[in-house]
Design a protein around this ligand. Sequence first.
Ligand code: FES
Length: 67
Amino acid sequence: MAIKLEAGKKYYYCTCGKSSDEVFCNGAHKGTSFTPKEFTVSETKEYSLCDCKKTSNIPFCDGSHSK
Ligand code: FES
């Protein structure tokens, strides 16, 4: 999904797939072995984040969803 991110702001990407808050952690991982991936970006702009959890470049889309 394409989303605008702000430079220097901390974001927490959902790695468990249970969050109802798009691709960001909302705490739904509690009780699982998953933890969110903290990340920042160096430039304020639109980024393509991974929805399918198949990327090898978390949290960014690497095209794996179409393979
Ligand atoms: S809700 Fe999925 S990692 Fe937190």
